[in-house]
Every structure is written in structure tokens, then in C-alpha cells.
Ligand binder design. Structure first.
Ligand code: GUN
Length: 290
């Protein structure tokens, strides 16, 4: 079994991205700018946006950090998104999800200009991805494809089982894996699936994005399968300084004993999500620079 080192792959790609940022500055005088909006203080979201902002600065990009109170209204947030859509120093606009209950995520995502939608969440970018047009690919699904390739697997013709049908991960990763370039046969499993293990035991690739620890165990895997664990779950742990530890959706020990390769949590998918965000922001800035 091989642990797939998402930090290493992310570091390699981020070095390339930083090179692209330097060239864009030198040749066109343009510094890629990313606005990261956080509403409220959900602890997981705070740590994600902090990591995104840091990575952005480390790549030589401009990071515009906007922190808003949980009481922010939907019209206030929509006005802010519209102002950033118009701001020439900003090439990417990211609104961290989830949003407080009184704000419609759909309304806010719909307000992001598709050419600044570096998360790839707007209906325009999702539609373009499905029909194979040039678009911003959603960051976590794109990072997952890179991780599977980095593990040394030729995806073409393989059976990939995706567990979870979220708009952020499950649905788009299933769409990307089944595109002609990747050419996997995809089974999308979810909470309505009757016998999950029946499907996973036949899988060459399992992407687990269910949001529940222990969703995937070693007895559910075919020997040699590649496992991509998207889960980030906080488990209380008094022996840790923060009082918790992170675990994925896969039971690492038992899966690692059967899998050919598996991503750890943390250090697998997370760093790649941020890397593909930087990649999209650089693309957005290049397009704006002409
Ligand atoms: N919440 C969880 N993952 C993501 C992500 O990739 N982007 C945004 N904006 N919110 C998220």
C-alpha cells in the first residue's frame, strides 16, 4: 500500500503556479487577485479560508480577505459580490460555504460573475464542464483527478465508485471521471444506495465524500484499489492541543491494508483543493490580461 502524498503533489504544482504568476507580472504587469469571503465563524470554514489566503499570498497573488458577521443579510452579501465582480484588481471571487441559514447559497453563487467563479460553482461553469467546454473546473474534483494520476493509475476503462452526491464533490467528480479524456465507468452511490459494499468491491477507484467517518472499511474494497478520501471530520481527542483530531470518511487502517494507494486525512485532498483554486485564479487573471 502506498500513501498518496497530497502535500507533495500540491507543493510541486504550487511552484509551477508561482512561476506563472511571476511571468504574468513581468509580461503584462498583472497580479492575480483572489477575494475570499467568509460569513460567520464556523471553525472549519475559518481554517479553510485562512489556508486559502495564505496559499494565495505564498504564490505571489493578491489576497483580499473579507470577514463578515453571521448577521450579514443576503442583500448586503449580494452587493459585495457585485462590487467584487466589477473590481479590476480581483480575478477570482470565492464565497466560502456553508452560509448561514438565512442566506440563500443559490442566490449568492448565481451572483458571482462566471469569469471570476474560480470555485467552478456557478450554473454556467457547471454546465460548461458537463458539455466539455472550456471552464473553471471545480477545485476538489479537479484535485482528485490529479491525485489518482499521481498515484500512478491510468484511469481509462477503470470502474470508479463515487460515494456522495453533493454539488461540490460527488456530482462533479463523477462527471469528470466519466469524461472522454478520463474515460472511467462511474457508479454514483449515495444514501439511497442499497448495498454499498456490492459496488465498492468491484471498484478500481473509490472516491468517498459522504461526510461520515467509517463510511468505507477495508472489507468493502477490492485488493489494490485506489482510495481517495474527501472526508474531513473532527473527532474529540483530549490528547491533542486543539482537543480534536481530523479523520476522513474511510477507516484508514483497514482500508490501507487492502488498498493499492490511499490519501491520508489530513494531507491528501485538502492541499489539492487549494492548489486547484490557485490554478483557476491564475487562469482567470491570464484571461483578464488578454
Ligand atoms: N466549502 C467546502 N468546500 C468548499 C470549496 O471548495 N469552496 C467553497 N467556496 N466553499 C467550500
Amino acid at each position: 500500500m502506498k500513501t498518496i502524498d497530497g502535500k507533495l503533489l500540491a507543493a510541486n504544482l504550487r511552484a509551477e503556479i508561482a512561476g506563472g504568476v511571476s511571468r504574468l507580472k513581468a509580461e503584462k504587469g498583472v497580479v492575480p487577485g483572489l477575494a475570499v469571503i467568509l460569513v460567520g465563524d464556523n471553525p472549519a470554514s475559518v481554517s479553510y479560508v485562512t489556508a486559502k489566503e495564505k496559499a494565495c499570498r505564498e504564490a505571489g497573488m493578491l489576497s483580499r480577505e473579507v470577514r463578515l458577521g453571521a448577521e450579514t443579510t443576503e442583500p448586503e452579501l449580494l452587493d459585495l459580490v457585485k462590487a467584487l465582480n466589477e473590481d479590476p484588481a480581483i480575478h477570482g471571487v470565492l464565497v466560502q460555504l456553508p452560509l448561514p441559514k438565512h442566506i440563500s447559497e443559490k442566490a449568492v453563487i448565481d451572483a458571482i460573475a462566471p469569469e471570476k467563479d474560480v470555485d467552478g460553482f456557478t450554473p454556467v461553469n457547471v454546465g460548461r464542464m458537463i458539455i466539455g467546454d472550456d471552464c473553471f473546473l471545480p477545485c476538489t474534483p479537479h484535485g482528485i483527478i490529479k491525485l489518482i494520476e499521481f498515484a500512478g493509475m491510468d484511469i481509462r476503462g477503470k470502474h470508479a465508485v463515487v460515494i456522495g452526491r453533493s454539488n461540490i464533490v460527488g456530482k462533479p467528480v463523477a462527471a469528470l471521471l466519466s469524461r472522454r479524456e478520463t474515460n472511467a465507468t462511474v457508479t454514483l452511490c449515495h444514501t439511497g444506495t442499497r448495498d454499498l459494499a456490492h459496488f465498492t468491491r468491484d471498484a478500481d477507484i473509490v472516491v468517498v465524500a459522504a461526510g461520515r467517518p467509517g463510511t468505507l472499511t477495508g472489507d468493502m474494497l477490492k485488493p489494490g484499489a485506489v482510495v481517495i478520501d474527501v472526508g474531513v471530520n473532527r473527532i474529540p481527542d483530549d490528547s491533542r492541543p486543539k482537543g480534536f483530531r481530523l479523520v476522513g470518511d474511510a477507516d484508514f487502517e483497514s482500508c490501507a491494508a487492502v488498498a493499492g494507494a490511499i490519501t491520508p486525512v489530513p494531507g491528501g485532498v485538502g492541499p489539492m483543493t487549494i492548489t486547484m483554486l490557485l490554478w483557476n485564479t491564475l487562469q482567470a487573471a491570464r484571461r483578464a490580461a488578454g
